[in-house]
Design a protein around this ligand. Structure first.
Ligand SMILES: Cc1ncc(COP(=O)(O)O)c(C=O)c1O
Length: 389
C-alpha cells in the first residue's frame, strides 16, 4: 500500500492492506511451488510439501493439531461448511444463532431452516451481547448446534464464547464460533477454547483474500460431510485444488499476530482506538453504539445525528468521508437504491431511522496517532456538509 493510500484507511474490519512481507512470500511460493499438491510428480510433491509445512506452522500458531485445519476460500465458506457440513445426513434439530450474526451465518441458517431445522435467534441486549438469562432455555433439548459471532463486525460487541462454549460442551451441543473479526486482534488458542468449530478469513489480518480456514475437532470431523463434491482434498471435507501460495501467505500473516488475550489490554491499537473514541464523542452529533468495554479492541461504531438529534444517513456520511480521503464503513445495506437500515442496529433496539445512521471506524497497525486529529476534523466537516453547512 502506498503511503498516500494508507494515510487515512480506517476500515480494518472490511479488509486489511496485505503485509508487504506476506506479498513477497506469496510471490516466492507461487514461483517455486506452483504445482498441484495432489500430483505425484516432483512439482506436485514440492507444492504438497509447502502446503503441509504451512498447515503444521499455522496449526502450531493456533495451538491446534495439523489435522484440525481445513483450508477454505474464506470465512463465508468456512461458516457454510461448519453449519451445513455438520448437519448434513442428520435428522433436523434446533440451531441457535445470535440475532447479530454476519449474513453468511444467517444464509447458512436459512438453508437449514429450508431443510426443516428449527432456527432460533438468541436476542441481544442494547450493547449487542446475547442475553445470558436465556442460556438454559435456549440450550435445552432439542438444541443440537449453536453458532455465535465472537466479535460483531458492525458494532464490535464481543460475545461470551467461553461461557456458552462450556455449557454447550456440558450438554453435548456442537458449538461453532465465527472468529473472523477477532483473529486480527490475536491468535485464538484452540487447545483451550471450548468450541468445536471455528471460522476465520485471512484478509482481515494482513493476509491475502480468497483463503481462510475452519478449525475442527477430530470427533466432529468423523461425522462431518463436505457440502461440495469433487477431488476429496482437505480430508474429504473441502474439495478443490488448494491455493498453496495463498495458504502460505495466510500462515505467515497469522504467525505475526500476538496471542489473543481476553480483551487485548496491552494492545497498542486499542490505546489508539480509545483515544480516538474519546475525542470523537466530544461532538454531540455522534454517539457510541454497542458495548463500551466488551468490544473488539480496534473497533468504533457510532450513530450520527444532526444538531437537533435527528438521525443522519450513515451511508451519506461514508460517501462524504470518502470524498475527503478517509475510508470508513456504514452498516446498512442498500437494496434497489433504498436504504433498508441495519438489521444489527435494529436487533439492539434502534428504530428504523436510527438504524440507518450507523458508521464504523476500525483501526489497524498501519494507523498512527498523527492521523486522529485529521479524521476528527474531516468527520466534523462531513457532518456539517450533511447538515447543509
Ligand atoms: C464476522 C464476519 N464473518 C464472516 C465474514 C465473511 O468473511 P469473508 O468475506 O472473508 O468470507 C465477515 C466479513 O466481513 C465477517 O466480518
Amino acid at each position: 500500500m502506498a503511503d498516500s493510500d494508507r494515510a487515512l484507511y480506517f476500515d480494518a474490519c472490511a479488509t486489511s492492506p496485505t503485509d508487504p512481507e506476506v506479498i513477497d512470500w506469496i510471490a516466492e511460493v507461487q514461483r517455486s511451488a506452483w504445482g498441484n499438491p495432489s500430483s505425484l510428480h516432483g512439482h506436485g510433491l514440492k507444492a504438497a510439501e509447502c502446503l503441509e509445512r504451512s498447515r503444521v506452522q499455522l496449526a502450531s500458531s493456533l495451538r491446534a493439531a495439523a489435522n484440525d485445519l481445513v483450508f477454505t476460500s474464506g470465512a463465508t465458506e468456512s461458516i457454510h461448511l461448519a453449519l451445513l457440513g455438520r448437519t448434513v445426513d442428520r435428522a433436523p434439530g434446533r440451531l441457535v444463532v445470535s440475532s447479530v450474526e454476519h449474513p453468511a451465518t444467517m444464509a447458512a441458517a436459512q438453508q437449514l431452516a429450508n431443510q426443516g431445522w428449527e432456527v432460533v435467534e438468541w436476542p441481544v441486549d442494547p450493547q449487542g451481547q446475547i442475553d445470558l438469562g436465556q442460556l438454559d432455555s435456549l440450550l435445552d433439548a432439542p438444541t443440537e448446534m449453536v453458532s455465535l459471532i465472537w466479535g460483531q463486525s458492525e458494532i464490535g460487541s464481543l460475545q461470551p464464547v467461553d461461557v456458552v462454549g462450556a455449557e454447550c460442551r456440558r450438554r453435548g451441543i456442537t458449538f461453532h464460533v465465527d472468529a473472523t473479526q477477532v483473529v486480527s486482534q490475536g491468535r485464538p488458542d484452540w487447545s483451550t477454547l471450548p468450541a468445536d468449530l471455528l471460522s476465520a478469513s485471512s484478509h482481515k489480518c494482513g493476509g491475502p483474500k480468497g483463503v481462510g480456514f475452519l478449525l475442527t475437532r477430530s470427533h466432529q470431523r468423523e461425522s462431518m460431510r463436505p457440502w461440495l463434491g469433487g477431488g476429496g482434498q482437505e480430508q474429504g471435507l473441502r474439495s478443490g485444488t488448494q491455493p498453496v501460495a495463498l495458504i502460505a501467505g495466510l500462515t505467515l500473516a497469522i504467525s505475526k499476530l500476538p496471542a489473543w488475550t481476553s480483551l487485548c489490554t496491552s494492545h497498542s491499537t486499542r490505546h489508539l482506538r480509545d483515544e480516538l473514541l474519546a475525542s470523537l464523542l466530544e461532538d454531540p452529533r455522534l454517539r457510541l453504539s454497542g458495548s463500551r468495554d466488551q468490544r473488539l479492541p480496534h473497533h468504533i461504531s457510532l450513530l450520527a445525528s444532526d444538531d437537533a438529534g435527528r438521525a443522519l444517513s450513515g451511508r451519506a456520511l461514508v460517501r462524504e468521508m470518502a470524498q475527503q480521503g478517509v475510508a470508513i464503513s456504514s452498516g446498512s445495506a442498500c437494496a434497489s437504491g433504498h436504504d433498508e437500515g441495519s438489521s444489527v442496529l435494529r436487533a439492539i433496539g434502534l428504530n428504523a431511522e436510527a438504524s440507518k445512521s450507523g458508521i464504523r471506524i476500525s483501526l489497524g497497525p498501519w494507523n498512527n496517532p498523527s492521523e486522529l486529529p485529521l479524521l476528527k476534523e474531516r468527520l466534523s466537516r462531513s457532518l456539517d456538509r450533511l447538515q447543509g453547512r
